[in-house]
Design a protein around this ligand. Sequence first.
Ligand code: WAQ
Ligand code: MG
Length: 266
Amino acid sequence: MSRRKQYSIRMRSVKSGGHVSGAEGIYERDDISSIVKEYTERALIHDKGAADEIRLTIEELKDKPRKISSLPVHTLNTKNAAAAKKAAMKILTSVGITERAVEEAFSALDVGITMRGAMLMNIEGVRLEPDLLRGVRVTRMGITKNASADLSRKLGRIGLNNSTVKEALILASKVHKYRMVLGELCISDDPNYTTGYIATRTHGYIRLPRIKKRGVPFGGRAFFITGGEVKDLIRYLQITPVLISDIKPCEGVVALKDILERRAHS
Ligand code: WAQ
Ligand code: MG
């Protein structure tokens, strides 16, 4: 077991005051300079244009990160936004989230305001995050080198080995480890990235192609939560360091029916 110090490295880039991109991970000391270079370059080359301000945070972790598994990955062959919403509705309501809450989340993600963080919604669709404009940002998560190589291999077989999918899966895997979280809806704010996802602990990470039309420059995330202390949840999402150290299967396109029948993962 390595006892070397670990660091949370986070990047956020801004153009004309607006959010452009972010990235983060948990790394050892020797990796810091190459990661800083990688994140900086990423901020300077982005579909939304080069950032005019790049903020980097490098923070030594006082607590040892909690090691967890990734969620299993599946893709549905949703043909358009309506089909993606319908599939999301079926899966999210199957874990006890109300139709109203799912509708509410889709509408909130469609008003054209991009929040930095995620909305927290109870199963009735009532917003619970303390700052309704900013939302709650999940931070201090990463993946071990071995798990990252394994994930690249597994995603590579289905043509999905890219940082967008990897980072979204790492984030969702941290989020759904917390029992209060029942489900998630995510739509990228990148105008050229039209695949979103939903996630639940039971069903895993389910990719929804064509959830939005090309060119739409906004998106967002909603976490559907059930009874419990919201403050503790927020502390977990923002502060508790979590490392993915084990990778569950990554499958290609599956049928909605098969997803709904699946109850194996927890
Ligand atoms: N914590 C909470 N919310 C966040 C975070 C975070 N760390 N990062 C982004 N968000 C929110 C914020 O409102 C963004 O506008 C929104 O989520 C979308 O973020 O498998 O790229 O980084 O192919 O644009 C899905 C991948 C990609 C699907 C999602 O999200 C797939 C993506 P983005
Ligand atoms: Mg984005």
